[in-house]
Design a binder for this molecule. Structure first.
Ligand SMILES: [Zn+2]
Length: 357
């Protein structure tokens, strides 16, 4: 075979590098992922003072979405490129529990890989953008279950403490099977975000999963809200369409198939308890007090609570990095007490039939 001329070989060598550079440029155009402490009023949808004694994060307040978006905002809604889809992991990577546990516990304080491995998680059919299993555990009571509760942690990958909380509650739920609650515990909905270095709120395609759920106002309001209220904060990009992400599709599937009577979604670091859906809400869970601040287009609270009529308790821990064991225990006790008191009400507020996206 005739050797390629030198300049052609140079071009062939350069081409992959140019392609990689072109593919990665939108990602690099995104500002560096902010740490919890770097939430600012400028990047928040609307200002509200943070909780006293709170980390220097500004409370992001969800105002109800405007009934109609300003025409100007709609016109200027940009077509923003989603981050290039990263390559899937090699087949088998992180699909076994030991390697997944090793990977996530590098990012979590207070959870050993061994404890993670002995939590009884199963892979199921959920996968992240990068193909990482969305591990979960079902805990069934001894008697006939009266309510089904879906518990979600790590929807935002940089809220590590939320993952810790669900792991802790998973262990507690196994010991309290007499409560006639059937649990589906999902400690980490956004593994790609957590495993980014540094961890990110958004998933591997740069989408805020908690703005990607199919609420009726999504097409009209999600992008406009992102533009006009967050200043195109890349940490809150809702995606190009509702349910564009495999992680949100899988959560919706859990609502359809598991049919929870209650969804508990753990976040951080705003130090409040939020509630969407059929009342009454709990007044407090642990040290978190009820502060119903409204809804976002595409949020799980909006989708689960308002659209599907399944009560959604959203816990905003005070610190995204860690949570005191006493607080985790207090939250669990309050949650169980509230579920027990509201058992009949919750069970009667049956989820609606699946509607599809
Ligand atoms: Zn969050």
């Amino acid at each position: 075979m005739t050797p390629l001329p030198t300049f052609l070989r140079f071009l062939f060598c350069l081409a992959p590098a140019l392609t990689v550079a072109a593919l990665s440029s939108p990602a690099r155009a995104l500002p560096a992922v902010a740490t919890v402490a770097s939430h600012t009023a400028a990047s928040a949808p609307a200002g509200k003072t943070q909780a006293k004694g709170h980390a220097p994060a500004t409370r992001v307040v969800a105002k109800p979405a405007p009934k109609t978006m300003p025409k100007a905002a709609a016109k200027t809604a940009p077509r923003v490129a989603t981050k290039p889809v990263p390559p899937k992991l090699p087949p088998g990577a992180l699909s076994d529990l030991p390697s997944w546990c090793r990977s996530i516990t590098e990012h979590l304080s207070g959870l050993s890989a061994q404890r993670c491995q002995s939590a009884g998680l199963q892979a199921g059919d959920g996968r992240s953008v990068r193909g990482v299993p969305l591990w979960h555990r079902d805990v069934t009571p001894n008697g006939q279950p009266r309510v089904r509760v879906l518990v979600l942690g790590g929807i935002h990958g940089d809220e590590m403490a939320s993952v810790n909380v669900v792991f802790d509650w998973m262990e507690r739920s196994i010991k309290t099977t007499q409560d006639r609650i059937q649990w589906r515990m999902v400690p980490l909905v956004n593994p790609d975000g957590l495993m980014n270095k540094p961890s990110t709120r958004v998933n591997a395609r740069g989408v805020d999963l908690n703005r990607n759920f199919p609420t009726p106002d999504w097409a009209r309001a999600a992008t406009s809200y992102w533009v006009s209220r967050t200043g195109k904060d890349p940490r809150r990009f809702p995606g190009h369409r509702a349910m564009s992400e495999p992680e949100t599709q899988w959560v919706q599937k859990q609502v359809d198939q598991f049919k929870p009577h209650l969804i508990v979604s753990v976040h951080a670091p705003y130090g409040v308890l939020d509630f969407d859906g059929p009342p009454p809400p709990p007044n407090k869970v642990g040290s978190l007090h009820l502060d119903q601040v409204g809804i976002y287009p595409g949020s799980l609270g909006n989708y689960g609570g308002v659209v599907r009529r399944v009560p959604v308790v959203t816990l905003e821990l005070r610190n995204a990095a860690k949570v005191a064991p006493t607080e985790v225990a207090a939250m669990w006790a309050d949650l169980l007490g509230w579920i027990d008191r509201r058992m009949e009400t919750i069970a009667q507020a049956k989820p609606l039939a699946p509607t599809g996206p």
